[in-house]
Structure formats: C-alpha cells, structure tokens
Write a protein that binds this ligand. Structure first.
Ligand SMILES: CC(C)(COP(=O)(O)OP(=O)(O)OC[C@H]1O[C@@H](n2cnc3c(N)ncnc32)[C@H](O)[C@@H]1OP(=O)(O)O)[C@@H](O)C(=O)NCCC(=O)NCCS
Length: 166
C-alpha cells in the first residue's frame, strides 16, 4: 500500500514498529482497548491498516479494515483525543472508501457501541446506515451494563452512493 498525501496530512501503512505509538492512542481512546496482540494479528493477516501523521510527523490516528469478497469491514478507526474534531476521521473514511473502490468493494460495514453517540453521528453524517444489532457484542462496565456486555449497532455504507455528507 503506498503513501497517501493530501494537504499537510500523510497516511502510511501501519507497521509493527509503530505499535508503541498506536497503543498509546488506543489506551487513551477506549475503556476497552485493543491489545498489542490484536494489532499484530491484524498486520500478520495482511489487513489494510494505515496510520495518519500530521505535518510534524506526529501520529494523529489510524484505521484497520478486513477485506471480504466485495466489502470492507472497518475493525478500528481511532483519532488521538487531542486531535479529535478536526476532520481526521472523515479524512480516513475518505481513504477507506478509495481503498474499497480500488479493490472492487461495494460496501463498507462496521460495528459501533450503542453508547458511542459521537462516532454514530459521524458515521451517519458520512452516509452510513443502521442495518442491525449485535447483542452483547462488546465488553462493558458492570456498573452500566449488569451483564458486562454492550450491544453493537451494525452500520453499512454503499460505495456506489458514498460521497461524504456535509
Ligand atoms: C469517533 C472518532 C474516530 C472521530 O474522529 P474525529 O477526527 O474527531 O472526527 P472528525 O473530526 O472527522 O469529525 C468530527 C467532527 O468534526 C467536524 N470537522 C470536520 N472537519 C473539520 C475541520 N477541518 N475542523 C474542525 N472540525 C471539523 C466534522 O463535521 C464533525 O462534526 P460533528 O462532530 O458535528 O459530527 C474519534 O472521536 C475517536 O477516535 N473516538 C474514540 C474511538 C472511537 O470511538 N472510535 C470509533 C469506534 S467505532
């Protein structure tokens, strides 16, 4: 996968060498973060994975997807907390769509926590549609969810229709 340069940001393929920096963001961004092993397994499997750098080389975020027959499944998209709200997720979603189209995918789908209203709203504004529910998909705090599990909303984006909604 080649580097993608637009404005002052640079998307590069994720490598094992970057995992310390990736994990530092992952631990800040999620109450139940991916482990180093999750990232290593994804890279070993050859899943499309890119890191987003800012103009000073700082790590702003990253995404990992899994390829299906005619679809991409977005497994992880994260922006460093200090860099959120500046369009970086949208930038990575644009690249994910470009990647999907270049590989013949017709749709992108993802799961998001029901309680993650910010992410859900960003996906909806981008054009993703709520298509289903996976009950108890995520580990969760027992204080908020007595069974320690939270449902996932399944969302999908048609690449034929996608152009990024303002
Ligand atoms: C969800 C997440 C990935 C969104 O990343 P983000 O970079 O903050 O998202 P964006 O900046 O692209 O979009 C957020 C907002 O910024 C706005 N925006 C876009 N370009 C902008 C710019 N140049 N300057 C300022 N704001 C901008 C967008 O319109 C959007 O507005 P909204 O909040 O009213 O919808 C990020 O909050 C995150 O990593 N959260 C923790 C992990 C997580 O929940 N991941 C998703 C799991 S499914």
């Amino acid at each position: 996968m080649s580097a993608v340069l637009r404005d002052e940001r640079l998307l590069l393929p994720m490598t094992v060498k970057q995992l310390d920096a990736v994990l530092a963001i992952e631990l800040q961004a999620y109450p139940f973060p991916w482990t180093r092993g999750n990232f290593i397994d994804s890279l070993a499997a050859g899943y499309p994975a890119q890191v987003l750098h800012g103009s000073h080389g700082e790590l702003l975020g990253y995404f990992i997807a899994m390829e299906g027959v005619d679809e991409l499944h977005l497994l992880n998209i994260t922006v460093a907390p200090a860099a959120q709200g500046q369009g970086h997720a949208r930038f990575m979603l644009d690249e994910l769509c470009t990647l999907g189209r270049s590989r013949g995918a017709h749709q992108i789908w993802l799961e998001v926590r029901g309680s993650n209203l910010r992410a859900r709203s960003i996906y909806e504004r981008y054009g993703f549609r709520h298509i289903g529910l996976r009950r108890g998909y995520y580990p969760a705090s027992r204080e908020e969810y007595p069974n320690g599990r939270e449902d996932a909303i399944v969302m999908s984006l048609s690449l034929e229709a996608a152009r990024g909604v303002d």
